[in-house]
Design a binder for this molecule. Sequence first.
Ligand code: ZN
Length: 224
Amino acid sequence: MLAFSTKKATLGAFMFIGHYGVALAAKATSPDTPLPALMISTQLIDIVFCILVLAKVEKLEIDPNANPTVPIRTPYIPFSHGLESAIVLSVLCAFGAGVIYTDLTTQALWLIALVCFSHWLIDVVMHVGDVPVAFNRYKIGLGLWNYRKISICLELGLIAFGTIMLANAGVVASWKVWCVGAVMLAGQTYSFFAPPPEPANRLVGSMIVLYAIMTWAGWWIETP
Ligand SMILES: [Zn+2]
């Protein structure tokens, strides 16, 4: 029973990987920007969110009736997903990348910051009115998750777009990009039709593991 629950939760972690399409596309446009840095930056907001949920600072609830696409509610996420936090995290992300990779150009640092902020913009489009602004005073979200077919097409389309862009850019081995893209598409597709994962803590734990694997995948893609 425990093993089955873990399996569900691990696959549930695939629910939020459309953001990686942005990282892959960014790498295609800027070959000198390290892909692991882009893989982390595109999910940094969710990485912080997972840690804060585990620390019981932010709140994630599993609810199959939350919306037709994703069985979660996020009633309290001001420190990871607030507009102000997203701006600060984007700056910190670029700063951290600059410390780790000392030879990055200003353009690469800007790209890393923008990729990080793109997470917030995409979440505003997808989330159902729970993305905080003005220090949690207001909450916004265009609610595309209320439209299941459109959401699925957009999420899968984003992964496919990034995969095709990078595979055809000629800057890394395309077969590696196709491999990672195929795994992401398969995992994302399964997660849309799998039973809802639970409990919340196990889901965010598996999300952190998945994000670590995806960062490694970024390194693997770039390694000759
Ligand atoms: Zn998010």
